[in-house]
Design a protein. Sequence first.
Length: 563
Amino acid sequence: MSIIRKITTLVAALLMTVAANAQSPQILDDNHAHQRVVVDGQYLLLPVQEKVENAHIDVVVDNQVRQSLNVKLAVDKVDYYVPLNIKRFGGKSLLLDITFHGDRRTTGAIKDFMCWREMRQSNSFDVTNSERFRPLYHHTPKYGWMNDPNGMFYKDGVWHLYYQWNPYGSQWENMTWGHSTSRDLIHWDAQPTAIEPDALGSIFSGSCVVDKKNDRVVAFYTSAGHNQVQSMAVSKDNGMTLVKEADNPILTSNEPDFRDPKAFWNPELQAWNLILAVGQEMRIYSSKDLKNWKYESSFGKGYGNHDGVWECPDLMKLQVRGTDRQKWMLICNINPGGPFGGSATQYFVGDFDGHTFTCDHKDTRWMDYGKDHYATVTFDNAPDGRRVALAWMSNWQYANEVPTKQFRSANSVPRDLDLFDYKGQTYCGVTPSKELLALRGKKIAKPTEACEIVVDVKGTMNLTLSNTVGEQVELRYDKAANTFTMNREKSGDTSFSEAFPAETTAPVYGNIKQLRIFIDRCSIEVFDAEGRMAMTNLVFPSEAYNKVTVKGGKATVYQLTGF
């Protein structure tokens, strides 16, 4: 590039940076300001500083509030930027009406805040990965915060994953439905935002169903405003565009926690069922038209763990391995109350007649015995009758503090669910989905940042993953005690939360003969190869674990490729 072109490019960049601040902010009082923006780019890049309080921004165009959002606008340091699409409003200029909520005694005068100098316009937003802990073969958002998977369905060869998303920061806020699609459950393409907040509130968790009779996809979600109510949106283009119903909400309650609708077609009832979380119980409804819902029954009192709020339900019929029996399983995510603190996924096995769920057991059962497996739900309309589940791979105890900035949180690897019998009881089976086998490459001598380790177990086993700086994760299978344990207390960076260093232990239903261990930059997921135990834990090592030591077994390391 010539010197003249370099200077021209630099000047253009400077002009673009200045464009957002052609006018100085108008300070109205100690916590209130206006910023006029003359639109000269696609995006206004907002500078974020995570340690400060949220500022509330109303985007005003032609004297009308067109969008409201909460952003941690930088006071004295910029951690990263987030894009606000200002072209979408169609005006030549707009007004940002900003209210700050920080303590002026510690933040100083708002006229001196760094955000005024650092706001800038651009016609693009760089989502190139800048994080060493971003997973290679797990789904993550391109940027921003993600928690619960929402509205998952399969149609015409495409897996659709919506998710709880904050487009304006990498901590929980501004709940919106993000959207990604995949043809193989491994490679995900980011799609345009699916559902944005409106007058009824933020967009909380929900589900989608494929309504084959009417050739449409129907989404149900919680509108979280002054109260939590259930809303509906319809897609005629296979989920790429969701149009909200004009007369939302479709279901209301006077309960404070009333959320996370999961709908499904029940062929035995020849009607739709819907299950949603209400405080510490699940309520079941039925409908013929997906819009008018009849209350049927409630489930929860006297069953399972009640140490926290029940959330993100799912209800499905599953085959019991090796038998001609089928049973129903109800998934209930809970926070707090997990077996090792914070959030986790419990489940109940029983019978369901389209009206009432009856549980077979009184004990509490966990689907995964790690600390980082939550908000688990399954895809609607999965092929071959499969029940494919994804979880949010984090824990509310520290999800906002894990050591990433460009994005926060990933989903677990996909898992197929079924049921198995053991000593007269029926339990949930969890098996890595077959699509993961396509990632297996050649056998390699030692672990890498993204690999699968298959361990042939011979009785009691001890396995250690370690690196050159002394960080390690210990895995132990005690055959006599019928337990499996993972210890991540020395796994790497644990300083961000006192709740993060932990040892987690799972019961084992029968002898483990083989383990499958999936490692990906910031996570370790361990499965009994026969699907009778699962354990998911995050780790943040300074460098990849490059050594595996095994006693009581033989480990084979596979390179994972193609992501």
